[in-house]
Design a protein. Sequence first.
Lengths: 187, 303
Amino acid sequence: VVLWIVLAAVGAAVLLFLILTFNRLVRLRNEAETGWANIDVQLRRRTDLVPNLVATVQAYAAHEAETFQRVTEARAAAQLASTPAAAAQADVQLGGALNRLIAVSEAYPQLRASENFLALQQELADIEDKLAAARRYYNQTVYRFNTVQQSFPGVLVARPLGFHEREFFGTDEREPVNVTFTAAERA
Amino acid sequence: VTLKEQIRANRWRTLWLLLLFTLLVGVLGGILALVFDLSILIVVAIVAFVYALFSWLASGRIVAAVTGAKPADRAQYPRLYHVLETVAIAAGLPQTPPVYVIDDPAPNAFAAGRSPKTAYVAVTTGLLNLMDERELEGVLAHELSHVRNRDVRLMTLVAVLVGVIALISDFMLRIAIWGGGKRGGGWAGIVALALGIAALVIAPIAGVLIQLAVSRRREYLADASAAEITGDGEGLALALRKLQQDTQQTRHAPRAVAHMFIESPLNQASGLRSSFRSLFETHPPLEDRIRALEDSGGFRLAA
């Protein structure tokens, strides 16, 4: 009889552990998906903004064909990227191309003074901040999600329960797109 | 002390305090059961429950009205919206909560609403004028931490419990005085009655003290979570320092909602803050909060 009680207790403990781990993994997976959705929204906002930005700069600086080409290509590549790692890589490309575009625009005072360009830069800066925030949250969550799956009790059950580790979205050392504002423009 | 340890320690302390609370209610109930009739107790319990339910449901709506908060216009406060949306994303909230502005030169902010879905944030115009973008980010992260940690729900629950204890005590005290004891005479009856009355007097005070201790714990927790969300504890510490240097008092912030603000809106006697006085504060001293942020973030603010 004692043996049965012990066995029942062990069984109950195992079941409880399974339920708890499962719920924890589901919660983390959902959080990671929310985080990824947030990144996706910002990436999309930026790909939507790029044609507008290119057109605006083109109106004032038609000679920079090579720069426009790079931005357009990087944008196309970014739209194709589907996994977080690929998206992160495409994001670095696009960021670099945009940085170059902004740098080029410095040479055109009329462009810099144009209201349309200012508004676009403002929005680009907003996207950059939000993208950085979304990446931090997503990577933190993925780190926790993956850690549970890799460390001891979790490692036994994560796979059988159908959980898979997630990819990080790039590294935190990624260079941001540098939108520069004077104080008056910021206000 | 790392951020994670701070967060964990604060969670544990809250749990202990809540256990203490349950114990308090249990002991109170036990003593009452000894002294008074069961039927009276049941009636009191039902009244207390209805009262609790009512304050639970009504709490969210009252706060905005009491503080005079108005919805913020996006065109008028673009910076506020930009920072709030960024922080909401960093905190992983399902959506950016609505934001209200209180026309008050004293810098302060609070979060309200029982769940992340119904939550909202309010800031004073004084806060917007005083803080730069980095500091504002820290303050809003602190507020959104309250939302994410379900602090509003927790504090509402605790407040309701305190109210229930007070209600029970008040009720039973009257019954005791007007003669509702179940043992007629003898020394044992008198001793039991005295014990019951003593418990009734002490319980509400103990309840309030635990409530305030929970509130202070959650402030530390929200600070630590905010540092985690923004990855910049120093920004929040700088904001707290500014709040410390500011001496204006928030105008429309009654005691009942004091625990929700980032800085206690009540008149704090600084300098002569004895440990006894600090028992009755809703917030830990700003110096201590800044120090906790410095310890976990590995930085020191210039004096």
